[in-house]
Write a protein of this length. Structure first.
Length: 472
C-alpha cells in the first residue's frame, strides 16, 4: 500500500496491544496509517486483519463509526493488524479465523481501542460537535435532560460517528422507553391490593420520576413559547427595509392559529392562542378563517372572520347567553386598512344573529339570539391615520397605555377592543416572563431586536461590498 501513502499526511505508526484471548496474554500489533483518498473504496477507512503477512477476509469498515469522511486534507485511514495468535487461527482458505464469539469480541475491542488512541484528535473534534448538539437539544427540549446525569459522560458513550439526527433520535428513544417503563410501574402499583413498605418506597420513587418528567415538559413548553414570541417580534419588523413594507397579517395569524381549520377545546398543540388571550383556549368550539356558512346551520354568508369562538367552557352561566368572540387581524404597519375594521367586525355580528352554530361533527354548540353578547378584538398597528380613524369610530376611547382603543355598540350588543400587535406580544411576554426568568431565557422581544440589528448589519456590509469599486 506504499503507493497510497501521502507525503502530506502523518507517517505510519505502530502500536501494540496486550490481549488475552483466554489462552494467556499475547501481542496484537496495529499499524496505523493515513492514505490518499483515491485508495480502493474497500480499503479506505477500514482495518485489515492479516495472518503470515497477508490479508485475511475482507477489510472491516469503521468509516461511519468514527465519521472518517471528515478527516482533514482528504485523508483516509487504514489499520493493519497482525498477531501470532491470528497466524495460528487462520483457516486453510484464508477467508477467516477460527475464533469463538467471545474471542471475536475481544479482538474487535482491542483493535478499536488502539484505533481510538491513534485518532484521538479527530475523535475529540467529533465529541465537541456532539456536545454542542446535545446542549442545543436540551435547550429546545429540556425534558431530554432526564436521560443522563452528565452531558460529558453521555457524549463519551456515543459512537463518534453519530450525527445530529441520530443523537436526537437516541435521546427521544431513551425518553420514550423511560416513560413506557414508568407507565408499567404505575400499572403494577395500581394492581396491588395493599402497599407494603417496599411498595410504598417504589411508589414514592415513581412519583418523584413523574414530577421530574412534568418539570421537563413544562420547561419545554416555556422554551417553545419563548421561541414563538421571538419570531413573532421579528415578523413585526420591516420585511423589506428599502420599501419599508411589512409581513402580511396572515403570517402571525398562522402562528397563533393555523388558518382554514375548525377546532374543539383541548386541542392545545394545534394552536398558540395564549399569545392573544389565555382564556380563548377554553372555548368549546372555534374556527380560523372559515366562512360563516361553513359553521352556521342555515348561514348563507361567505364572509370569513379571522377567528371566532363559541361557548366558553369554564364560564357558563345558567339562563344567560354566552359571549361570542370575534378576532380580526390587520396588516402590521398598514396605515390605511382596505376595510373599516370596526365596521367589518360588526358586519360579522349582523351575519351571525339568529344562527345556530354547529361544530365539526354537526352538533349545535351555540344558538345565537339577539341577547347574545359579542366581544370583538381588532389586532392592528396604531399608525397616525388608523388612530384618526378609531378616534372617530365606536371604538374611540383610548386605553391607558395608549396602545389601543375600546368602545361599545349597543345595537349589536358588542364590546369592541383594538390592540396593537406589539401590545399583544408584550402582554404575552409579561404573562410568561417569570417562567422565562427561571430558565434564564431572557426577554424574547429584546432577543428579536438584537437579531434584527444583526440582520441589518449583515445587509449593510453586503451592500457596501457590492457597491465597492473593483480594484484596478
Amino acid at each position: 500500500m506504499n503507493e497510497f501513502i501521502s507525503d502530506k499526511v502523518e507517517p505510519p505508526r505502530c502500536t501494540t496491544e496486550i490481549v488475552d484471548f483466554g489462552e494467556g496474554p499475547t501481542e496484537l500489533i496495529v499499524n496505523h496509517l493515513f492514505v490518499e483518498s483515491n485508495v480502493s473504496a474497500s480499503l479506505r477507512n477500514s482495518y485489515l486483519l492479516t495472518a503470515h503477512g497477508r490479508l485475511v477476509g475482507d477489510p472491516i469498515s469503521i468509516e461511519r463509526k468514527y465519521a472518517l469522511k471528515e478527516l482533514p486534507n482528504g485523508k483516509s485511514y487504514v489499520a493493519i493488524i497482525r498477531s501470532d495468535f491470528l497466524d495460528s487461527r487462520v483457516d486453510q482458505e484464508r477467508l477467516g479465523f477460527k475464533l469463538t464469539n467471545e474471542q471475536r469480541e475481544i479482538l474487535e475491542e482491542a483493535v478499536l481501542n488502539s484505533t481510538e488512541g491513534f485518532l484521538k484528535n479527530h475523535i475529540k473534534k467529533m465529541r465537541t460537535r456532539q456536545r454542542i448538539t446535545v446542549e442545543g437539544l436540551i435547550l429546545e427540549h429540556p425534558q431530554l435532560a432526564s436521560q443522563f446525569e452528565s452531558i460529558e459522560d453521555y457524549v463519551n458513550g456515543l459512537s463518534p460517528g453519530m450525527d445530529d439526527e441520530q443523537i436526537a433520535q437516541n435521546l427521544f428513544v431513551l425518553l420514550y422507553r423511560d416513560e413506557r417503563d414508568l407507565r408499567k410501574r404505575i400499572d403494577q402499583l395500581d394492581n396491588l391490593d395493599s402497599l407494603d413498605a417496599q411498595a410504598k418506597s417504589e411508589a414514592r420513587e415513581t412519583l418523584s420520576e413523574i414530577q421530574n418528567q412534568e418539570k421537563g415538559r413544562l420547561a419545554e413548553l416555556v422554551v417553545k413559547r419563548h421561541q414563538l414570541l421571538q419570531i413573532s417580534n421579528v415578523l413585526l419588523k420591516f420585511k423589506d427595509d428599502e420599501s419599508r413594507s411589512y409581513h402580511y397579517e396572515r403570517v402571525i395569524h398562522e402562528i397563533i392559529c393555523p388558518m382554514g381549520e375548525m377546532y374543539k377545546s383541548g386541542e392545545h398543540t394545534r394552536h398558540n392562542l395564549w399569545m392573544l388571550d389565555d382564556s380563548l383556549a377554553t372555548y368549546e368550539f372555534f374556527a380560523s378563517d372559515k366562512t360563516i356558512t361553513s359553521i352556521a346551520a342555515n348561514g348563507k354568508s361567505t364572509k370569513e372572520p379571522d377567528l371566532i369562538f363559541f361557548n366558553p367552557l369554564g364560564f357558563r352561566r345558567e339562563g344567560m347567553a354566552e359571549p361570542v368572540v370575534i378576532v380580526e387581524f390587520k396588516r402590521p404597519g398598514d396605515d390605511r386598512p382596505s376595510q373599516d375594521p370596526v365596521r367589518q367586525v360588526l358586519r360579522y355580528v349582523e351575519e351571525l344573529r339568529g344562527e345556530k352554530i354547529t361544530d365539526i361533527d354537526g352538533a349545535i354548540v351555540s344558538d345565537i339570539s339577539k341577547e347574545t353578547p359579542f366581544e370583538c378584538i381588532i389586532v392592528c398597528e396604531p399608525t397616525p391615520n388608523s388612530r384618526l380613524h378609531f378616534e372617530s369610530s365606536l371604538a374611540q376611547s383610548p386605553t391607558p397605555d395608549g396602545q389601543g382603543y375600546y368602545g361599545w355598540s349597543k345595537p349589536h350588543n358588542a364590546h369592541i377592543r383594538v390592540i396593537s400587535f406589539s401590545k399583544m406580544l408584550r402582554d404575552a411576554e409579561m404573562r410568561n416572563q417569570s417562567f422565562f426568568d427561571q430558565l434564564k431565557l431572557g426577554s424574547p422581544s429584546l432577543a428579536a431586536k438584537k437579531r434584527a440589528a444583526r440582520s441589518r448589519e449583515r445587509r449593510q456590509v453586503r451592500a457596501e461590498t457590492e457597491n465597492r469599486p473593483a480594484a484596478n
